[in-house]
Design a protein around this ligand. Structure first.
Ligand code: S3P
Length: 428
């Protein structure tokens, strides 16, 4: 796909619901005696994967115009001696959170995924769940498939989440709902807290203090609830960076998720020189509101380990901002990027270099020297990684001669409408 250069952006956007929150709502239906009425569910294939998995496990899914009703009235009877295969396709969140949920459920399960997901690390959830007493294993390489079966009486643990991963924390807390005692997850750098917020809303008592999140089990979740998912802030990030790159551009994203664990990239854009305004309009279960950004000249910045968990998904598009900023930028403490849908450090640097961007790969990050102009048009391969594809599209909009994007369809993982939305507000 050829993506031509743009002259600027000017728009007010409302985006489909946040992917992280959507996964949790859908998967938690397996633990709730009752029902969930959900609106603004995003249609990316990752979330649809979670939806089809809960359906396979017996959740009744009813669509009513723009709403989705999930009810957990009669879960399918489990056959103890037969493994139920759960294919999570490309979705790490589905695989890791499901492992936590199923660790205490009757039945036997095989969690697997596509080629990319089968390369990603799973020992990080298998180890803590096994220490809670779950009968769980993965391959000797620490990858999928995960097998879960047998004994289901879990006990609480104290777990130190050194990776700073919300998926690990969530898997342990979700298993902790069924474990007897106080399950505690300690974090040096806080990861996103959507699971905790949702469990609280569903009536569980969760305590957070001094970087420790605790839940006392067993807890039974019951009742009928309605949720409207705020817009996806990680999808918004692509458009917000696009506007930041063009002096005179202005972009507003309304009713978007403003969870503090997700908006660190806005702080980074501010220190790079963009004018960013954040207005929280509601703070019931998740903070939500409006972000407005105005484009202007940007300067380079450094991002260190302490900031990574709160902007990990935005690093590819922040790298695009760095490529057009004045001076040097460096990202450190981000080796987790090598374990995403692709090795985002290696792929980002190799594709940027094709366009003449001056950048270096480091074990735990990358460095970039910005330039006002990128003249070379290249064919950029996102390696089937949705966030790299969208970041490269924004790079193309600001490149003097545009760029060619290979396999643009991979954006469907999180944001199938990405190109339609981009075209609708671009100034060509
Ligand atoms: C997610 C957590 C992050 C993030 C991913 C979604 C979540 O992964 O990169 O896109 O929904 O919990 P890690 O938990 O591996 O950091």
């Amino acid at each position: 796909m050829l993506i031509n250069p743009a002259k600027g952006f000017d728009a007010s956007l409302h985006l489909p619901g946040d992917k992280s929150i959507a996964h949790r709502l859908v998967l938690i239906s397996l633990l709730l005696k009752g029902s969930l009425d959900i609106s603004n569910l995003p249609e990316g294939s990752d979330v649809l994967t979670s939806l089809s998995l809960v359906e396979k496990l017996g959740i009744k899914v009813t669509r009513k115009s723009d709403r989705l009703l999930l009810s957990n009235a009669d879960l399918a009877p489990v056959q103890e001696n037969q493994f139920c295969e759960l294919d999570c396709m490309n979705s790490g969140t589905s695989a890791r959170l499901l492992a936590g949920i199923l660790a205490a459920k009757p039945g036997s399960y095989v969690i697997t995924g596509d080629e990319s997901l089968r390369r990603r690390p799973m020992l990080r959830v298998v180890t803590p769940l096994a220490s809670m007493g779950a009968e769980i294993s993965c391959t000797s390489d620490g990858t999928l498939p995960i097998l879960i079966s047998g004994k289901k009486n879990l006990h609480a643990i104290q777990y130190n989440n050194q990776v700073g991963s919300a998926q690990i924390k969530s898997a342990v807390l979700l298993a902790g709902l069924s474990a007897s005692g106080i399950t505690q997850v300690q974090e040096t750098r806080s990861s996103r807290d959507h699971t905790e917020r949702l469990l609280k809303k569903l009536g569980a008592e969760i305590n957070v203090s001094d970087g420790r999140t605790s839940i006392e089990g067993p807890v039974s979740l019951q009742g009928s609830y309605s949720f409207s998912i705020p817009g996806d802030i990680s999808s918004a990030a692509f458009f917000l960076v696009a506007a930041a790159l063009f002096p005179g551009s202005r972009l507003e994203v309304i009713d978007v998720c403003l969870n503090p664990g997700r908006i660190k990239f806005l702080e980074v854009l501010r220190r790079m020189g963009a004018a960013v305004e954040i207005k929280v309009s509601e703070n019931d279960w998740e903070p939500r509101g409006t972000v407005t950004i105005k484009g202007g000249p940007l300067k380079g910045t450094n991002i260190g380990a302490e900031e990574i968990p709160a902007l990990v998904d935005e690093l590819p598009v922040l790298a695009v901002a760095m490529a057009f900023a004045q001076g040097n930028s460096r990202v450190t403490g981000a080796s987790e990027l090598r374990h995403k849908e692709s090795d985002r450090i290696a792929n980002l640097v190799s594709q940027f270099r094709k366009t003449g961007i001056s950048c270096q790969e480091h074990t735990d990050g990358f460095s970039i020297t910005g330039s006002d102009e990128i003249l070379v048009q290249a064919e950029l391969d996102p390696n089937n990684d949705h966030r790299l594809a969208m970041a490269f599209a924004i790079l193309a909009c600001r490149s003097t001669n545009g760029q060619i994007l290979k396999n643009p369809d991979c954006v469907k993982i999180s944001f199938p409408d990405f190109f339609t939305r981009l075209k609708s507000f671009i100034h060509g």
